[in-house]
Design a binder for this molecule. Structure first.
Ligand code: SAM
Length: 265
């Protein structure tokens, strides 16, 4: 099924190439499908807008993106940053990282991408290490901004907990983070239980719910209380209010996911 879809997408890429319509900073369609599909350019531009307006990103900042995928946000960000800014990223899917290295870094040498071979039930079933045992490859107090979009929505609690501690470690004092979630609070839980959310989260555990039983990292929603306590235990201060998303039927949202901006005081 997926192979057939890949074939059609590869044919569309080939058609663009023959017609000389290919954009060297647009990944192959099959890689865009693998990060979840969607409107690649629009999501990138919209996320950049949120990073600048809500998380205070400046063109000269030192930035870490965890789970960069195939550069959806890195590409517009590279056009926004000036030569003094620095961007580092890692992801667990080798072809994503390879594409970013081959296409983004040569054009924007201050943009660096690393592969981390970590296990994930959806993205890297053959990964050799658990995310909970992975130390980010950067010294403490390196970054002005760390952001993760649609990454903690694919990670189990022990891994997410470890990552948030790592994020707090690599942030400079006064640094900020922007992270997206599916947060379970009374309003969203009611929508989940009524089957009115996208994704659905039918499998309930202590602090979280999953979309698929046999592939838990396909999509995960977390208790907001649990997440708030976790931020506190990592020494990160949430900048209120939390920005709730439209995934559970809300309207007038800044995006589909919920997101939290926090600072390291
Ligand atoms: C839905 S995609 C989002 C990609 C990118 N953040 C974006 O918004 O375009 C989820 C990404 O998280 C990455 N990921 C999953 N677990 C990870 C982990 N433990 N560390 C780093 N990245 C991870 C996946 O490989 C995938 O690229």
């Amino acid at each position: 099924m997926r192979q057939g879809r890949y074939l059609l997408l590869d044919l569309a890429d080939l058609r663009d190439k023959i017609a000389r319509r290919s954009d060297p900073l647009r990944p192959p369609r099959r890689l865009i499908l693998d990060i979840g599909g969607g409107n690649f350019e629009w999501i990138g531009a919209r996320t950049l807008e949120l990073l600048t307006t809500v998380a205070g990103l400046k063109p000269y900042d030192s930035v870490l993106e965890v789970g960069c995928g195939v550069g959806q946000i890195a590409i517009p960000l590279a056009r926004y940053m000036d030569g003094t800014g620095r961007y580092e990223a890692f992801d667990i899917v080798e072809p994503f990282v390879r594409w970013c290295r081959e296409h983004i870094t040569p054009r924007f040498p201050n943009f660096h991408f690393q592969h981390a071979d970590l296990y994930n039930t959806t993205y890297n079933r053959h990964g050799r290490t658990l995310a909970r045992n992975y130390t980010f490859p950067f010294p403490a107090s390196t970054f002005d901004l760390v952001y993760l979009t649609s990454v903690f929505t694919h990670m189990l609690p022990e891994d997410m907990t470890h990552y948030l501690h790592e994020i707090a470690r690599v942030l400079k004092q006064g640094g900020r983070s922007l992270i997206t979630f599916f947060l379970l609070n009374p309003e969203s839980t009611m929508a989940v239980e009524a089957g009115k959310t996208s994704p659905a989260f039918p499998n309930a555990f202590d602090q979280y719910r999953t979309f698929l039983k046999d592939d838990p990292e396909a999509a995960i929603a977390y208790s907001e209380v649990f997440v708030r306590e976790l931020y506190g235990s990592c020494g990160l201060e949430i900048v209120e209010p939390i920005h709730y998303g439209s995934w559970c039927g809300r309207t007038k949202c800044l995006g589909e996911h919920d997101f939290i901006v926090a600072t390291k005081p």
